[in-house]
Ligand binder design. Structure first.
Ligand code: BES
Ligand code: ZN
Ligand code: ZN
Length: 495
C-alpha cells in the first residue's frame, strides 16, 4: 500500500515547491545560523515569537507561519523539540505526528521536512520521523462522505545530507503494517468478519510469497479444534482458523511464531456483556489485526528468518446453538476445559491456536497478542501492554525491543501457583480464575496450559493499549496497532 511518495534530498538539491515546510528547533538551541541565512523572514518571526515568550519550542508545541519570501513553500510549520539533551527518536515520532495533524489542518498535500540540522538525522530517527508522519496523520474515512477532496499528505521531501532512503523506506513499511492493523480495528464487525480477515491474509500471502491455510467450521471437529468450535457455534458468521507461513530464512534460520486473537465481535455470548459500550467489542480482533499488520510489513521487508502466524477468528454470540456455562470443550492438545463464563472466550480460541502452532512447528520464540482481559486496563491503563512468560530471557528480550520501539510491555508474574486458580472440579481446567483476583494472570495461566513444553513463549495482553478513548500524538483515538512495531523491532534484531 502506498501511503505517500517519499524522497530524500540534500540541502544542495533543488526542491520542488510544497504546501508546507516543516522543521523543528530545540528549546535550548534556537535557530541555526544556516537556517536563518536561508530563511531570513521566517527566522525573524520565530525570534519575535520566542522573545515574546509565545513560542518556547517546548516538545510538540507548533506554530504555523505565512511568509511572502519563501521559494519552496507557502507556509512554514515550526515545531518545538524540547531540550536537546534527552531528546529521543520517540520524541521525534511525536513531533512529526503533531506536524501531520497540523498539515491536515491546512490541507497540505506536499510537505518538506527538515529536522536536526544538515546531517544530524540518524537512522533510527529517520524511521521514527516517517512513522510519526503516517501514524499521526492516520484517519479512517471509509464510511463518511467528505466535504472536500483533500486526501492527506501525498508527497514528503526529507532534507538531509546523509543518504537515508533505506531507513525512510523501512519506516514507511512499518507504518503500513500499523495502518493495516488500525483499519481492521476500525471496520465494524459486519465488514471485518473472519472471512474478511482470511481474505486479508490471502492478499498478504500473495504479496509476500507465503503459504496460507484456512480451516473452516467443518474442519474443526475433524481436527479437534474444540475451543474455536465451541465459541463459534453460537454465530452464523463462518469462523476461520488462519495460518500464514513465511519462509525467508531457510532451514538454519530462526523461526518466530505469532498467534493473534481474531474475535470479530464479542457480545459475551450467553454470559452477555452490558449494552453500554458493547459496540466497542468490534475491536476484539486487534490481536489478530496486529499479527496481520506484522505479516503485511514482513511481505515488504522480506527479513531473513521464518515466521508462522496463526489467527483463530470467530464471533462470540448468544442464541440457540451457543455454547453455555457448564459446557466442557476439548482443545487441540486434548485438554478439557470447563466453561464458567462464555465471555472468557478469547482464551478458548487461543488455546487451539497455541496448541496447534507449538505441536506442528519448532519455534525459537512464540508471541501471542490478545485483547484478553478488562483487568489489564485496571492494572496498567493504556500505556503498557502486559506480558507474561514461561521463559524470562525471551521476555527480557521482548521488553527490550518494547522500549526501543516504544511499543511498551510490563511484566506480570506467571508462577506455577497461579495455575491453582484455573483448576476445575470436573475438567482439566476452567476458563475463569478466582473471582476479582488477578484476572489478567489467570488468563495467562490458562494459556500456558496450551503451550507445548520447550517453546519460549510470551503472552501479550493488549486490551488496554490496543484501543484508546483519548488520542495521543501518534495514536489518535481508536485502534493503535499496538504489537506491530514491537514485533518488527524483534524481527530486525533476529535477522
Ligand atoms: N474481550 C474481552 C476483554 C476486554 C474487556 C477487552 C474490556 C477490552 C475491554 C474478553 O473476552 C472478556 O470478556 N474477558 C472477561 C473475562 C472474564 C469473564 C473472566 C473480562 O475481562 O471481563
Ligand atoms: Zn469476552
Ligand atoms: Zn473477548
Amino acid at each position: 500500500m502506498a501511503l505517500f511518495n517519499l524522497v530524500n534530498k540534500t540541502y544542495k538539491d533543488t526542491v520542488e515547491q510544497s504546501d508546507l515546510y516543516i522543521f523543528g528547533i530545540h528549546a535550548d538551541e534556537g535557530l541555526s545560523a544556516a537556517f536563518s541565512e536561508k530563511h531570513p523572514n521566517v527566522s525573524k518571526q520565530i525570534s519575535m515569537a520566542m522573545d515574546k515568550g509565545e513560542f518556547k519550542a517546548k516538545l510538540n508545541q507548533a506554530m504555523l507561519m505565512y511568509t511572502p519570501d519563501c521559494e519552496t513553500a507557502s507556509r512554514y510549520l515550526v515545531l518545538g523539540l524540547g531540550e536537546a539533551e534527552g531528546f529521543t527518536s520517540d520524541h521525534l515520532r511525536q513531533v512529526t505526528a503533531t506536524a501531520a495533524q497540523k498539515a491536515h489542518g491546512v490541507k497540505a498535500g506536499s510537505v518538506i521536512v527538515e529536522f536536526m540540522g544538515e546531517d544530524k538525522l540518524e537512522a533510527e530517527e529517520s524511521q521514527a520521523l516517517v512513522e510519526g508522519l503516517v501514524m499521526g496523520g492516520y484517519r479512517f474515512l471509509e464510511y463518511q462522505k467528505q466535504d472536500d477532496e483533500y486526501a492527506g499528505i501525498q508527497n514528503v521531501t526529507v532534507l538531509s545530507n546523509a543518504d537515508l532512503a533505506a531507513e525512510l523506506e523501512y519506516g514507511l513499511q512499518v507504518s503500513a503494517g500499523v495502518v493495516l492493523a488500525r483499519d481492521l480495528g476500525n471496520h465494524p464487525s459486519n465488514v471485518a468478519t473472519p472471512t474478511y480477515l482470511a481474505e486479508t491474509a490471502e492478499r498478504i500471502a500473495k504479496d509476500g510469497d507465503m503459504k496460507i491455510t484456512v480451516f473452516e467450521r467443518e474442519d474443526f471437529e475433524k481436527l479437534g479444534f474444540g475451543g474455536i468450535q465451541g465459541v463459534a457455534q453460537g454465530s452464523d458468521v463462518p469462523p476461520k482458523f488462519i495460518i500464514l507461513e513465511y519462509n525467508g530464512g531457510g532451514a538454519d534460520a530462526k523461526t518466530l511464531g505469532l498467534v493473534g486473537k481474531g474475535l470479530t465481535f464479542d457480545s459475551g455470548g450467553i454470559s452477555i456483556k452490558p449494552a453500554g459500550g458493547m459496540d466497542e467489542m468490534k475491536f476484539d480482533m486487534l490481536g489478530g489485526a496486529a499479527v496481520l499488520g506484522i505479516m503485511s510489513a514482513v511481505a515488504q521487508i522480506k527479513p531473513k528468518l521464518n515466521i508462522i502466524a496463526v489467527v483463530p477468528s470467530t464471533e462470540n454470540m448468544s442464541g440457540g446453538k451457543a455454547y453455555k456455562p457448564g459446557d466442557i470443550l476439548t482443545a487441540y492438545n486434548g485438554k478439557t476445559i470447563e466453561i464458567l463464563n462464555t465471555d472468557a472466550e478469547g482464551r478458548l480460541i487461543l488455546a487451539d491456536g497455541l496448541s496447534y502452532i507449538t505441536k506442528h512447528y519448532k519455534l525459537d520464540g512464540l508471541v501471542d497478542f490478545a485483547t484478553l482481559t478488562g483487568a489489564v486496563i485496571v492494572a496498567l491503563g493504556h500505556r503498557y501492554s502486559a506480558v507474561m512468560t514461561n521463559d524470562q530471557s525471551f521476555a527480557d528480550e521482548l521488553m527490550d525491543v518494547g522500549e526501543k520501539s516504544q511499543d511498551r510491555l510490563w511484566q506480570l508474574p506467571l508462577d506455577e501457583e497461579y495455575a491453582e486458580d484455573i483448576k476445575s472440579k470436573i475438567a482439566d481446567v476452567k476458563n475463569t480464575g478466582a473471582a476479582r483476583e488477578a484476572g489478567t494472570i489467570a488468563a495467562g495461566a490458562f494459556l500456558h496450559e496450551f503451550v507445548a513444553e520447550g517453546t519460549p513463549w510470551c503472552h501479550v495482553d493488549i486490551a488496554g493499549t490496543g484501543w484508546l478513548k483519548k488520542g495521543r500524538p501518534y495514536q489518535p483515538e481508536g485502534p493503535t496497532g499496538s504489537g506491530v512495531r514491537l514485533i518488527l523491532e524483534l524481527i530486525k534484531s533476529w535477522e
